[in-house]
Design a protein around this ligand. Structure first.
Ligand code: AMP
Length: 473
């Protein structure tokens, strides 16, 4: 099936050709005809599958039939993060370049005035994060009775970030007669509840997650002692011959410290995390995208959905606390079939987290020696995991309670559990109180495979009882 068979206009086919897409991806084949028909849709799909085009392309053709009036958008796309909203906005521009539609990007952290002007001028589509959208609505800038299409993208992430009450508030203000499309990487019970409440006789579609890690990404582990991380890391990046890289740290403070250190050592580096102003965040990402920055040191704010083809390397300076973040992080390289390298520093204290990653990906990742350094012993086995748990239990039950007072003997240091890594403040204010999903239901059995060139991280792997708070960058 070609794009022409999907019923899209000639103008769109031209834009698709300009994007060099040869054939529609499975989600595009499944979704586009139904969206063009005006059906509501519940789509189980994630970034990397081509899902953005699956709703933006038909939306453009639907909206092309008439024109927006001042303050009266005809379509709304909600995205969980500013970065994803910006990316969807760029896609809208690219696919809509032969149309005369207007869009407004409503995201927080930047001045409202230009956004207000875009709304005033008459935007056909608003691409927004929930907080800024409500802000605009409450200021009386928006009239919503002409909204025909409403898209909730990355619903599971919205849930994770505590945005669902905002989404519900927005839906209440929309006309009852509208087309609603809901995209989610996993259909959690809470997502199902929202779908039941928001969608009208939806067509349900599902596409399987792309392969766990893109085949074109070579992965390596580098064993180091905690105190040697900085020196080992500088040695590693010198040796790797990096074209463009994202370096992930677990904490914002560490992001800043490492960026400063690398800069001091003469590496072209900039930090990126949720405490930075939005214009600075966007400017930094643009620099990386345009090839004007070699090293981006980032928190997990950069881990999901970002599509920067030039990134040749991903470095995990810290082992991520949640194993699924590993997949998200390394999915930022090896885009569209390009080669990529993903290297992770691992200290003896990271054994348990490393074990979780290896068990989740089911991959054997080779260790890479660093010249002149002796790698420490690192135990990532299941036994090490239960040993860690027992140690933790004993420590909790022990007389001192305050872990900081436990003298770090060689062994206890190795087995010391990670403390507050996951307690970092939220990347955006509204992430401060994430609501944890209570459970997952399995998505419909997939009936096709995503091509390797689109491979991107799979959805978070369901864990029966994960009580850890998710860290935010
Ligand atoms: P998404 O899942 O929407 O984030 O898209 C992931 C990547 O796939 C983006 O870089 C898109 O430009 C690209 N893409 C979308 N549709 C196609 C297609 N039909 N053929 C090739 N690449 C595509």
């Amino acid at each position: 099936m070609s794009f022409a068979d999907l019923g899209l206009s000639d103008e769109l086919l031209l834009a698709i050709k300009d994007s060099a897409y040869v054939e529609p991806t499975p989600i595009q084949k499944k979704a586009i005809p139904y969206v063009l028909m005006g059906r509501d849709m519940l789509a189980c799909a994630q970034t990397g599958t081509g899902k953005t085009a699956s709703f933006v392309l038909p939306m453009i053709d639907i909206l092309a039939q008439s024109q927006a009036k001042a303050r009266m958008p005809r379509a709304i796309i909600l995205e969980p993060t500013r970065e994803l909203a910006s990316q969807v906005s760029e896609s809208f521009e690219r696919y809509g370049k032969h149309h005369r539609l207007l869009k407004a990007l409503l995201i927080g952290g930047i001045s409202l005035t230009p956004q207000e002007k875009q709304i005033e001028r008459g935007a056909d589509v608003l691409i927004a994060t929930p907080g800024r959208f409500l802000d605009c609505y409450e200021r009386g800038l928006l009239l919503l009775h002409d909204v025909k299409i409403f898209v909730i993208d990355e619903a599971d992430r919205m849930l994770d970030m505590g945005f669902i009450p905002d989404v519900e508030r927005i839906v209440k203000r929309l006309p009852k007669t509208r087309q609603t499309l809901l995209f989610s990487a996993t259909i959690l019970p809470e997502i199902r509840r929202l779908a039941d409440a928001f969608l009208n006789d939806p067509k349900e579609i599902s596409v399987s997650p792309p392969t766990m890690t893109a085949e074109t990404v070579e992965q390596f582990l580098i064993g180091v002692e905690e105190g040697e991380k900085d020196a080992a890391f500088a040695q590693l990046i010198k040796k790797e011959g990096v074209q463009s890289a994202i370096i992930f740290c677990n904490r914002k403070k560490r992001v800043d410290e490492l960026a400063r250190l690398l800069k001091k050592k003469g590496f072209d580096t900039a930090p990126l995390h949720g405490d930075m102003s939005q214009p600075k965040r966007m400017e930094t990402l643009d620099m990386l995208r345009d090839g004007n920055l070699v090293f981006l040191v980032a928190s997990d704010v950069a881990a999901r959905g970002l599509d920067i083809p030039k990134v040749s390397h991903i470095f995990n300076y810290d082992v991520p606390v949640n194993p699924e973040d590993y997949i998200h992080r390394i999915g930022r390289t090896g885009r569209a079939g390009r080669p990529g390298r993903a290297l992770m520093l691992v200290t003896p204290e990271d054994g348990e987290q490393l074990g979780e990653i290896l068990r989740m990906t089911g991959e054997k990742i080779p260790w890479m020696p660093l010249e002149g350094r002796v790698a420490p012993e690192i135990d990532s086995s299941e036994q090490a995991k239960s040993k860690h748990r027992r140690q933790r239990g004993r420590k909790r039950a022990g007389p001192l309670h305050n872990k900081a007072k436990v003298a770090p003997s060689k062994k206890s240091k190795r087995e010391r559990p990670k403390k507050s890594k996951s307690k970092e403040p939220a990347q955006e204010q509204r992430e401060a109180a994430p609501t944890k999903p209570q459970g997952h239901t399995k998505p419909e059995e997939p009936d096709w495979e995503v091509p390797a060139f689109l491979a991107d991280p799979p959805p978070p792997v369901p864990r029966a009882r994960d009580t850890r708070r998710r860290k935010k960058g």
